[in-house]
Write a protein that binds this ligand. Structure first.
Ligand SMILES: [Zn+2]
Length: 316
């Protein structure tokens, strides 16, 4: 195979969230006080009986990464949202007692990889090999688009090796998320937002066009963005100009960040003032990545969020 399953990586396209130095600056150094590591126990390869026991950590996850993840999950678990006045929160994230962890995250993020993991060395293709280039500056990356490769190469098989076994890539919801270098550099609230963002990339809303699979394998942008909720380049004049760090369609991955940060700001009775200020700054960053009116989306005039998932390939 000549081509990466995500040749867009160097540009930052699809399945990832940027957390730039500018973002960190925006959020303010003082607010990094929110970085409270919950507990100092040696991390387990799994989350045991904790709030995110559905997550499986790859063997290469470092102790620091495991603690970061524990912190992010702890934030999601402990900062419950009062969704009674929030029009979309329950529609998007569900209404279980576990908040956003179940079922939203559980359905979409199952396996977590270290930033140091060479993903290409783990992808197994019948009679072939794929590669992926590592990059920097990312909060995390969802490997959902491996499914595009799988569907394109059928009947050849594509698998992913993790913890001494082989995972089938049977949908964009395989739930493989690789932490990025920036994950460690942001507060727990932002880490939590990164996880929710990456989770949305696991949804293939409405199926995928065969022609878009072909385009993907040829290194071109898919026309329809809603399968894996792919990003588009930010426009001229944008702080992320030219980088695939913007969304052209409502209720995509950055809309998850926005919805969550707004809920922390508005509907989290137990959140601190510092957390609300941080959430406010983070929501501005998320909203700036939407190439349509965030207000219109939140007002419902762009339609309700479709949180469904499909494995259908539409022959067009
Ligand atoms: Zn993304």
């Amino acid at each position: 195979m000549r081509r990466s399953y995500r040749r867009e990586d160097p540009q930052g396209k699809g399945g990832l969230v940027f957390v730039t130095a500018e973002t960190v600056r925006l959020l303010g150094l003082a607010l990094l006080l929110a970085l409270t590591v919950a507990g100092c126990d040696d991390p387990e390869p799994r989350y045991g009986s904790g709030p995110a026991s559905f997550l499986e950590l790859d063997a290469e996850i470092s102790e620091t990464e495991a603690l970061d993840l524990q912190q992010a999950v702890g934030f999601l678990d402990q900062h419950r949202i009062d969704a009674s006045q929030n029009r979309w929160f329950t529609t998007v994230f569900g209404d279980s007692d576990s908040g956003v962890l179940e079922p939203f995250l559980q359905d979409r993020v199952r396996f977590v990889l270290s930033q140091k993991t060479d993903v290409s060395s783990r992808v197994r293709v019948q009679s072939g090999m794929l590669y992926q280039e590592q990059d920097s500056g990312r909060g995390a990356t969802n490997l959902a688009t491996l499914w595009f490769v799988k569907k394109s190469l059928e009947p050849r098989g594509v698998w992913f090796e993790l913890n001494s076994r082989v995972l089938a890539i049977d949908s964009t919801r395989v739930g493989l998320v690789q932490l990025g270098p920036a994950f460690h550099q942001v507060p727990a609230l932002v880490q939590a937002g990164v996880l929710l963002h990456e989770a949305r990339h696991s949804d293939c809303t409405g199926g995928v066009l065969r022609s878009d699979l072909d385009r993907w394998m040829q290194g071109q942008d898919p026309v329809r963005k809603t399968c894996a909720h792919l990003h588009v380049p930010c426009p001229a004049g944008h702080i992320y100009e030219g980088i695939y760090a913007c969304d052209s369609e409502p209720w995509g991955a950055y809309s998850m960040n926005l919805l969550y940060f707004l809920a922390i700001r508005e509907d989290c009775p137990q959140c601190t003032d510092e957390e609300r200020v941080l959430a406010d700054a983070a929501s501005l960053d998320a909203a700036s990545r939407l190439l349509f009116s965030a207000e219109a989306m939140l007002a419902g005039s762009l339609g309700a969020p479709d949180m469904s998932h499909s494995t259908e390939v539409l022959e067009q």
